[in-house]
Write a protein that binds this ligand. Structure first.
Ligand code: G4P
Length: 525
């Protein structure tokens, strides 16, 4: 098991929350921040309805539909640990963005609604975590409501996710009968303080003092249940958890602030600190002296007053200092990072230094892109931050042809965020945009209008999907491109893309051109 030597790295936990919409991620995030006394945050916790104004006013869709579209990073300190909490958009259309955000996390909290169990989006996000062996702590939320029995929930997780489950906390009753939480490892009881939020002082669960909280008969059953919960599950094994094969399970209620502190302690004591990261050349360890990091997200126009872009970089090694010169992998350009930022609510805050695990925002004018690696000079690229083949392709129709140039700029800069992709077909004047989900189209149209003042219409393109094409022999690639002009486009890096009318066509053309590679993902080099 890897343990960093540098104290500043050991103190850091960079994690994300994954859940199905409505399971309580926003509520939990807010309470985690409160618990830690948020010291700084990038973006903002998105709340539903009118509860809170979102920072991104342009995201009207987000407000109307009550979904959180753009991810944010929030940093807070809790009992001497620096927590970098990555917020992942819950809506399924944004899974690509979410996927990349998860590449920046060392671990995740999986929030499950006690009444609903594992839901579709939980499962999807879990699969992403599994691909990368991201360790997961489970939080079963809403125990203050009627839910499934804790045993059923544990079984469901174990069976559907093929994970060993180990309960750390156990609810004493649920819904109206909820009395508090049992800390199974400490053998203590945390009474739910009625009328107030949270839980009171811990009481020895085996002691007679318990009679004060739970009637005798009920207590007897509860003690049996707690014992069974422990006997029925394996012993907790830190290595297995960190390898992504076992999940410690916490119960609680984010809304009533029950079990949140215990969950956070679980993260600080069990979750890994920043881990070594793979690159094209070698594995980079956080303890290394030289700074390196990768960009997992670019957000354009975060602030209407500044036409800039913020690249979110996750630091992987070294001690970053403001003003440092860093080389960008894709262009070879060297930039001086004078204004690395962190956000506190609506304000930007300059950061003087940062450590592996931290996420810093670098303002730029399009020089830095999603997937870029930044180093002090070494030529390496962090791997595993792909672009995904779009599943919906649409043609962009411009109402005012005089604005063609503007449109191009708008499309390209929005594509730099990595959520939408733009393709310039070899034949035909209209741009084609590709997205992974339908909602992204609406967001895109809205943003082109709100941020660039251009009205566009989106209409179906005659294509359904796209594949990046490459070949060992450049002549063969040229032959392929020439033979299929009507299907060929370039992405924003001028890489050739084959646009197909159907999945069947992809299969057909793949068989016909055995020396051409067709790829559904593209990693930036
Ligand atoms: P999300 O980000 O995962 O989508 O979920 P969010 O936190 O917005 O919570 C979804 C709903 O579940 C909210 O209710 C929230 O108040 C409720 N909730 C969250 N945690 C708990 C809990 O521990 N117990 C109970 N009983 N409810 C919880 P809502 O009615 O949809 O929104 P609102 O009108 O309360 O804002």
């Amino acid at each position: 098991m890897y343990e960093p030597k540098t104290e500043a790295v050991r103190r850091r936990r960079t994690f994300a929350i994954i859940s199905h919409p409505d399971a309580g991620k926003t509520t939990l995030t807010e309470n985690l921040l409160l618990m830690g006394g948020a010291i700084r945050m990038a973006g903002q916790v998105k709340a539903k309805g009118e509860r809170r104004r979102t920072q991104s006013d342009w995201m009207k869709i987000e407000q109307e539909r009550g979904i959180s579209v753009s991810s944010a990073v929030m940093t807070f300190e809790f009992e001497d640990t620096i927590c970098n909490l990555l917020d992942t958009p819950g809506h399924e259309d944004f899974s690509e963005d979410t996927y990349r955000t998860l590449t920046a996390a060392d671990s995740a909290i999986m929030v499950i609604d006690a009444a609903k169990g594992i839901e579709a989006q939980t499962l999807k996000l879990f699969e992403v975590c599994r691909l990368r062996d991201v360790p997961i702590i489970t939080f079963i939320n809403k125990v203050d409501r009627e839910g499934q029995s804790p045993f059923e929930l544990m079984d469901e997780i174990a069976e559907r996710l093929a994970l060993d489950t180990v309960p750390m906390m156990w609810p004493a009753g649920m819904g109206g009968l909820f009395k508090g939480l049992i800390d199974l490892r400490q053998n203590t009881f945390l009474p739910h303080t009625k009328g107030e939020e949270g839980t009171g002082e811990a009481v020895d669960f085996s002691s007679d003092a318990m009679a004060e909280y739970i009637p005798e008969k009920e207590l007897e059953t509860l003690r049996e249940e707690a014992e069974l919960a422990q006997v029925a599950s394996p012993d907790f094994d830190l290595d297995l958890y960190r390898a992504g094969a076992m999940t410690p399970v916490f119960f609680g209620s984010a809304l009533r602030k029950v079990g949140v502190r215990q969950l956070l302690r679980g993260v600080t004591s069990l979750a890994p600190s920043p881990r070594p990261q793979k690159t094209t050349v070698r594995t980079v360890e956080p303890d290394e002296a030289k700074v390196s990091g990768f960009v997992f997200k670019v957000q354009a126009n975060m602030d209407a007053n500044h036409r800039d872009r913020i690249a979110f970089m996750r630091l992987c090694s070294g001690r970053f200092k403001r003003g440092m010169k860093l080389k960008i992998s894709s262009s070879g350009k060297v930039i001086s990072v004078h204004n690395p930022i962190l956000f506190f609510a609506q304000d930007r805050e300059l950061v003087e230094e940062a450590w592996p695990g931290d996420i810093i925002g670098i303002p730029n004018h399009g020089t830095i892109r999603v997937g870029d690696t930044l180093t002090e000079g070494e030529d390496l690229v962090f791997t595993g931050i792909p672009n995904f083949a779009p599943e919906i392709l649409q043609r962009v129709r411009l109402d005012d042809p005089m604005k063609m140039k503007h449109l191009r700029r708008a499309l390209e800069s929005l594509a730099e965020e990595g959520v939408t992709q733009v393709f310039k077909p070899k034949i035909g004047a209209n741009w084609v945009i590709g997205v992974v989900g339908q909602l992204q189209l609406e967001v895109l149209r809205e943003r082109i209008d709100a941020e660039y003042g251009i009205k566009v219409g989106l209409e179906p393109a005659p294509f359904e999907t796209a594949r990046w094409v490459s070949a060992d022999d450049p002549l063969e690639l040229k032959r392929f491109v020439d033979a299929n002009q009507g299907n060929i486009a370039e992405d924003r890096d001028a890489a050739p893309v084959f646009m197909a009318k159907s999945a069947w066509e992809v299969g057909y053309i793949t068989d016909k051109w055995p020396n051409i590679s067709f790829s559904a993902t593209r990693e930036r080099q």
